[in-house]
Design a protein around this ligand. Structure first.
Ligand SMILES: *Cc1c(COP(=O)(O)O)cnc(C)c1O
Length: 218
């Protein structure tokens, strides 16, 4: 567990390098430590090393962990959420990064008393195995969300097709940046352990990093 702190430093160093490389300010990039299937003790170790933003993939897991960890943690939901499980995310979830249906928007509208920060998940590689809105439908989906007063859309999120060579992600990241600009939004969540440097070069404001920080998931 002791090297979690070292790994976070190394990731922060990579973020700083990529920011410098692309003439961006490091403060413009948020690191979400992806803690799915990690123990509460491992998350606490990362917290003690100064990390405050964590991402979880399962609603109940987020709820159970949030209850056992410091209340100033900023929790992001980065996994697919079924409508019936949305309730578990309240009140701890700071940002839902995976909004991809009007059914889920309706559930947010019903359950939230204040607006919930959301990112629209885009299926940028149009992969049948992945959830998300197809890039062509992103603007009409965004328009349809206007009627939901509790859905506060601040940006876009994607998981590009996996390829061993991280450079393969770059064209997808570039498409995301263009889409962000046409949607007139500001947050762009993209880049994981193997390709976050490239995501930062292409405009990511949020990177989601798991295996470069935590031990292999059980
Ligand atoms: C697991 C996961 C990550 C982190 O992936 P690593 O390769 O372990 O960094 C990021 N985003 C999402 C949506 C994930 O499910």
């Amino acid at each position: 567990m002791h090297n979690i702190a070292e790994k976070i430093s190394a990731v922060r160093e990579r973020i700083a390098q990529a920011a410098k490389q692309s003439g961006r300010k490091v403060e413009q990039i948020k690191l979400v430590a992806v803690s799915k299937r990690q123990s509460v003790a491992a998350i606490q170790t990362a917290y003690d090393a100064g990390q405050r933003v964590f991402g979880e993939n399962y609603a109940q897991e987020l709820r159970d962990k949030a209850a056992q960890l410091p209340s100033d943690i900023e929790w992001h939901m980065i996994g697919n959420v079924q409508r019936r499980n949305f309730k578990h995310l309240l009140p701890h979830c700071h940002c839902l990064q995976t909004l991809d249906s009007l059914e889920l928007a309706a559930e947010i509208e019903k359950r939230c008393s204040t607006p919930l920060k959301c990112l629209i998940q885009i299926n940028i590689g149009k992969e049948p195995s992945k959830s998300g809105i197809s890039p062509e439908n992103a603007l009409s989906f965004l328009a349809a969300l206007q009627t939901y007063s509790k859905v506060q859309v601040s940006g876009l999120m994607c998981i590009p097709p996996f390829h061993e060579n991280p450079e393969a992600s770059r064209p997808y990241f570039q498409q995301m940046r263009a889409l962000l600009s046409s949607a007139k939004l500001s947050e762009l969540s993209m880049g994981m352990s193997h390709d976050f440097d490239i995501a930062i070069e292409e405009g990511a404001t949020i990177v989601r990093v798991g295996s470069a920080i935590f031990p292999a998931r059980q």
